[in-house]
Design a protein around this ligand. Sequence first.
Ligand code: SAH
Length: 467
Amino acid sequence: MEYMPIFLDLRNRDTLVVGGGDVAERKVGLLLDAGARVHVVSPDLCDGLRRLFDEARITWREGSFEPADIDRKVLVIAATDDRHVNAAVSNTANSRGIPVNVVDDPELCSFITPSLIDRSPVQIAVSTGGSSPVLARMLRSRLETMIPSAYGRLGSLLDEYRERAKQTFATIDERRHFWEQVLAGPIVEMILAGQDERARQHLEQAFQDAEQGKAGEQTGEVYLVGAGPGDPDLLTFRALRLMQQADVVVHDRLVSKPVLDMCRRDAERIYVGKERANHALPQEGINELLVRLAKEGKRVCRLKGGDPFIFGRGGEEIETLLQEDIPFQVVPAVTAAAGAASYSGIPLTHRDYSQAVVFATGHLKDGSMNLNWHSLAQPNQTIVFYMGLQGLSIICKELIAHGMPTSMPIALVQKATTPEQKVVTGTLEDMPKKIQRADIKPPTLIIVGEVVKLHEKLNWFTSDSEA
Ligand code: SAH
């Protein structure tokens, strides 16, 4: 380890910045954020520093660096473009044992500043030991995307209860154990989902249970998570996080294998099927299963293809959870229509061709489809049929019968966003015949409307596309 990382408390301590340019300004900003008193010495100031000086947020001695500038300072930063000056600052500070940083010159530094992810009070510092600030920044931006900004609020909430924990638990071990249990429970997710008040109540309850010597009941919860259309890159950050912390994953056929592979490795997996007409587990069974698992104290990730609230029966599943008073949250996702549209170059709306888009179900019930064909067969709109492959000829026939031109373009998009994506385009008239030849498998989405014409021009995702 070349450097030892520490976090300095600079609140109301005097610090010195030598230099008045943009680089100095950035360092001044950092020191001010940390609550330090900042003194700048420089022959002149850039606009930003001048403003800070005018607002009396920093002091400024106009002139060149002198050793006396370091008197009574606890930290020094040199940010001039003159190496001699920087070296003089470094030498003086070092001879007095005061930590000094010279921007971009590790040799002259007794400390270096890390790249920072600030979720105050949570802070994550990244350093490459000065060897590559760019690499450090790159790592930082990766971490930024992984660490939700709400961690700051979580930190503040926990901070409020620190004293209480000290009073409630006599030993450090007891305290640690308590916090470990709290943080392993649903409180983190509550904060991340913006349910701060619920999180607070939960924490209150945990304290009350502990104070009364109760172990505290383990409550499970359910995450109803949209897994998107197939490409795992289309998962949301939240979906991924919940998939990786669930104890049990309940999934159906639409969830692609690459997506499923991203769930926590040791999570139990339960397949609840849902092949057309061959339901591995009827919906009521799924609802009951979710309730039972949550009541066992498990964190259950109910993973659904596409978006849970678009032909996903997500509404029914959470209704049961509500009745049973089980905490849950719903995570939206890219629905098949959006995925198929983007990955086949068929915009669902277009200024010239389509001013509205309708999502409809083409699911057959007793061999027929009960839809408002009149409203579907309107011009200037796009219709997306989910679950329509079996009923394709009925769809084409009914749309024509209700006034759509026989030449209206139609596209089938098989396994959209996956390597097996296949697009077949045609017209309402010829499509039913065409698919007898094309080997199309579910899940397939049907898009009807003038916008389908754009496929040829806008297609960018190479697949087995067929005109
Ligand atoms: N909740 C899902 C839809 C479930 S209904 C969503 O928002 O996407 C199931 C239907 O969705 C399938 O019959 C098919 O029409 C469509 N579908 C789901 N994933 C698909 C995919 N990758 N490619 C094409 N269609 C898909």
